[in-house]
Design a protein around this ligand. Sequence first.
Ligand code: CO
Length: 134
Amino acid sequence: MIGRLNHVAIAVSDIDAATAVYRDTLGAEVSAKVAQTEHGVTTVFINLPNTKIELLEPLGAGSPIARFLEKNPTGGIHHVCYEVEDILAARDQLVARGARVLGDGEPKIGAHGKPVLFLHPKDFLGTLTELEQA
Ligand code: CO
């Protein structure tokens, strides 16, 4: 069912410092910083030859990553995102196999403009798992 690894997301408290680590220390190609007010995060994408790293910094009150950073003040891997051909078919199969979808269970338009769903970390080895329509 799952296809390519679309990205690994890393939550950080200082996105400029985090971007500098990837750009200057690791020599990666980095995108401009984008404020995603509807998602409560600021993002930078690191473009690697085979996937992306998504840096996430909290934006505004009630950011969905604020609690994660309270527990992981130096930052950390927040979620992984896999591509699926048909997000509704994938959701229905996963629910039938006992997995829990976060929120109301309906896909939302994610940070890349495509439908996404998040799966409960307790059902996936302690890892918040995002599915994105390919
Ligand atoms: Co993501």
